[in-house]
Design a protein around this ligand. Structure first.
Ligand code: UFG
Length: 329
């Protein structure tokens, strides 16, 4: 199939591009490199350094590459930043999606798989979170992703654009070869930050809050391996082609690990003492987020391969060992 991946130079997008190519698809990437890296994009893909807001170019790219399906990752995704600069998030995420949908409608591309987030659920007390849980985002990032989902729902009703929104919990790990992985600048995510300690790039890891109502007082998250996550996108894309039914799914493991447990697992994997310092809570962090992915398992026939947290951390460690400085281009 001829597939367009927006945001294909980012952490999740670049893994999707590589795995689609490995399955024999023709892959076209649009990325404005505002947070992604050209180096992360597989050389077999047709790469365009372009903005999804630039309708004329997007229409041209859709037509010249005979695009049949779109996987849409291009968005800002930092919770903390979204609280400081909410309008930047509305513009890039919501208006950017509007421009993309307009381009798709104008050339008649009708299928879109879309990256959403657990942040649409906000703070919840009942775990695991199912797709029936009421969405109550507590940050601008989650709010914009929910707005993007709703925009697609109405675009479906009016224009027959079919979509599947995938609500990710905490995506982790790297491609099994260690060629590409998770590297942001600045880094804010727990696993890459923990691994900077054994890589001698930071002296210690801060534990953001030790007084949460969880088993050890630190936040609990549901970590899902990047390759399992991308497999769900491929299944979703095929499912959408077959059924032509719009839908949305959680993607997580159904298991929660606390920050302390993650640090302990990283100590085992790296064989390094990894110094940890108890710090203040980070504002906006829910105490616990655990997904029910029963719907994706049942309908998409999705099955995780990476079920062991140490394996997930090991795959991240392999990448960070080979690429200590992350990407430079
Ligand atoms: N944490 C620390 N120390 C650090 C960094 C993080 O203790 O130095 C903690 C956080 O407080 C949190 C956990 O580790 O409890 C995980 O933090 P991340 O920043 O890695 O991930 P988040 O759970 O905050 O966010 C992730 C994605 C978001 C998405 C969100 C959905 O990065 O894009 O899940 O809930 F919106």
């Amino acid at each position: 199939m001829n597939i367009l991946v927006t945001g294909g130079a980012g952490y999740i997008g670049s893994h999707c591009v590589k795995m689609l190519l490995n399955e024999g698809h023709e892959v076209t990437v649009i990325d404005n490199l505002s947070t992604g890296y050209k180096q992360a994009v597989d050389v077999r893909a047709n790469f365009y350094n372009e903005d999804i807001m630039n309708s004329e170019s997007v229409i041209d790219i859709l037509q010249s590459n005979n695009i049949e399906s779109v996987i849409h990752f291009a968005a800002f995704s930092l919770v903390g930043e979204s609280m400081k600069e909410p309008l930047k998030y509305y513009y890039n995420n919501v208006y950017g999606t509007q421009k993309l949908l307009e381009a798709l409608i104008s050339v008649g591309v009708k299928n879109i798989i879309f990256s959403s987030t657990a942040a649409v659920y906000g703070e919840q007390t009942v775990m695991p979170i199912t797709e029936d849980t009421l969405e109550t985002p507590t940050n601008t990032y989650g709010e914009t992703k929910l707005a993007m989902e709703k925009m697609m729902k109405w675009a479906d009703k009016a224009h027959g654009i079919k979509y599947i929104a995938l609500r990710y919990f905490n995506v982790a790990g790297a491609f099994h070869t260690g060629e590409i992985g998770e590297a942001h600048n600045p880094e804010t995510h727990l696993i890459p930050l923990i691994l900077q300690v054994p890589n001698n790039q930071r002296e210690h890891i801060n534990i953001f809050g030790t007084d949460y109502e969880t088993r050890d007082g630190t936040c609990v998250r549901d970590y899902i391996h990047i390759e399992d996550l991308i497999n769900a996108h491929i299944l979703a894309m095929n499912h959408l082609k077959e059924t032509n039914i719009s839908d949305y799914f959680n993607l997580g493991s159904g298991e929660g690990y606390s920050v302390l447990e993650m640090i302990q697992a990283a100590r085992k994997v790296t064989n390094h003492p990894i110094k940890a310092i108890e710090s203040e809570r980070r504002s906006g962090d829910p105490a616990e987020l655990i997904a029910s992915s029963e719907k994706a398992q049942r309908i998409l026939k999705w099955k995780r391969v990476h079920t062991n947290i140490e394996d997930i951390i090991s795959s991240a460690w392999r990448y960070h060992n080979i690429n200590k400085e992350g990407y430079n281009d």
